[in-house]
Design a protein around this ligand. Sequence first.
Ligand SMILES: [Zn+2]
Length: 372
Amino acid sequence: MPSFDVQHQDRAVRLIQRALFAERLPHAYLFHGPDGVGKETFARRLVNVLLCERPDESAGPDGAPQRLACGTCEDCLLCAAGTHPDLHLVYRQLIKFHDDPTVRRRKGLDLGVDVVRQFVIDKVGSKPIRGRAKVFVIREADRITAQAQNAMLKTLEEPPETTFLVLLVSALDRMLPTIRSRCHVTPFGTLPPEFIAHKLGELLAEIPPDRARLCARFSQGSLGLALQHAEDRLDEHNERLIRMLIELPRQAVAAVAAWFESEAKALGEKYARRDPEITDTEARRRALKALFGLTATWYRDLLHTSTDSTDLIANAAYGDQLASAARGTTPGRAVAAITQLSETERRLDANVNTRLCLDELVIRLTRLAGAA
Ligand SMILES: [Zn+2]
């Protein structure tokens, strides 16, 4: 029987089970939380219960009643295979399957009104194919444009009796208040880094513990993001970064800025391969921000080393280099470096010229790395 428990999301599980059991399931859910913490897995469990021919009812781990899919009926088998005709998974790349060839030629960066109309609004009116229910799960629903969100209002307001919609959202502030008020907002929390590192070990049998630990530390509590870091071999980028940072006081500013640019290009190419819809410029910008994140972690580790909070150190594998770098700096300088990194990130977001941002950042970091 497919279990309903998505780990570390007890609150969401309780809320939905209560509604399922009371036969008062809202027609529109908005699952809100960071990417990769189990929102989609959870939505698929819910879809499975709604489509299952004979769901089981039993007592859950906390004694409260729970309803689970049987796991053996034809609907459950179709759900498990991801081919149930009444599950409509909606995502921005569907633009490539739009009826209109001019729409198909566009980049699918957002979920625009054309995709939302063809794959959600127009389909809501039709009957479920297997007769039980029809469920729409919308990935990255915070990328639905304002125009498309407005177009969806009526659908969310009064969907047919057997239709359910689940919007998966990481940035709640991008949803119009009118959408939020029509959905049942269910919060999902971040996952603890130890749990993520453990999960990485389970999912990727060959991953060394140091890499799992680093990817988990960088995941902002998201297993999905940690998996991407593992796939991108973020630890290799980090290793080159640390070597560069140790040499920083002896490097020319232009050489370090060029290093950041070429490293961001290499990492950005991995991002662009995974998501061909994003532009190369956007991929490089995201990669640069990831490198800044790694840099900030190095400085945070220097702080933790000087205050002996060793259990918080992400780069524990570089113990000797950390200890020696920590002797050459002060907590005040490490904090100033971290502040400078977030300021540079803010300027990048404000579209300040990348090279200009990098030159200024490197000048500041080099000054901070000078004789203590
Ligand atoms: Zn079933």
